[in-house]
Write a protein that binds this ligand. Structure first.
Ligand SMILES: C[S@@+](CC[C@H](N)C(=O)[O-])C[C@H]1O[C@@H](n2cnc3c(N)ncnc32)[C@H](O)[C@@H]1O
Length: 210
């Protein structure tokens, strides 16, 4: 892995709050000796935590930002996981096909995307589903975690404010409507398997490739 500086580690405070509840959801979907691809890994704190929590699998991180990939590498080194965890991949969901080797492709059983679809244009959510379909086999899953707006559920004030602040930063960002995401999933051959309520008005949504 060359000379990786521990000081490249970034701290994303939310990862310390939500990693336990996300791991509890993932536990039911993890199968040993397989690989799980994380899209938009950010700092890498989730990645190393999930790798340590599920030692029988390989957690493959990715992010399009160099500063994030450097942070991920530093976290991997800091946690002594370099013997197990691959280096992060440079995946921008919209740059298709994703740079995934045949070997990785043959091991992937699931794709996990935490807190990305509201902080990127809708075209990224579309690309996420299209390319997940291309890299998963039947019965494999795509898990999306984050805030959602739901038709029959009152949106919390905190999510409404968050949505406004996202749109202020970039008019193409914003909290997605679960029903719209479900439609996209269906169009790409996924079925919505489960919606799990998470702390702080977030959801984990599990889509299974049909
Ligand atoms: C709010 S951060 C979430 C990071 C991490 N998943 C977490 O929960 O802490 C959003 C992440 O989405 C990534 N991202 C933004 N646009 C992307 C794209 N087009 N493809 C892949 N990742 C993207 C950013 O680089 C950033 O790491």
């Amino acid at each position: 892995m060359g000379n990786i500086n521990l000081d490249n580690r970034l701290n994303f405070p939310a990862t310390k709050r939500n990693r336990y509840s996300i791991a509890r959801v993932l536990r039911d979907y993890i199968s040993p000796n397989s690989l799980f691809l994380e899209i938009a890994s950010g700092s890498g704190e989730h990645g190393v935590f999930f790798q340590k929590t599920f030692p029988s699998i390989i957690w493959q991180t990715s992010d399009p930002e160099l500063v994030h990939r450097k942070s991920i590498n530093s976290w991997i080194k800091h946690e002594g996981l370099f013997y197990k965890m691959p280096e992060p991949l440079d995946i921008n969901v919209e740059k298709r096909p994703w740079p995934i080797t045949k070997q990785i492709r043959s091991l992937i059983k699931g794709i996990v995307c935490i807190n990305m679809i509201h902080i990127s244009p809708w075209s990224c959510t579309k690309a996420l589903f299209k390319e997940s379909k291309n890299n998963l086999n039947q019965n494999h899953f795509l898990m999306i975690y984050g805030p959602f707006i739901r038709k029959d559920v009152q949106t919390s004030d905190s999510n409404l404010n968050f949505d406004q602040s996202l749109k202020f930063q970039n008019p193409l960002w914003g909290i997605r409507h679960l029903e719209e995401v479900n439609k996209l999933a269906f169009m790409n051959g996924f079925v919505k398997e489960k919606v799990i309520e998470m702390p702080a008005n977030n959801l984990s949504v599990i889509y299974r490739l049909n």
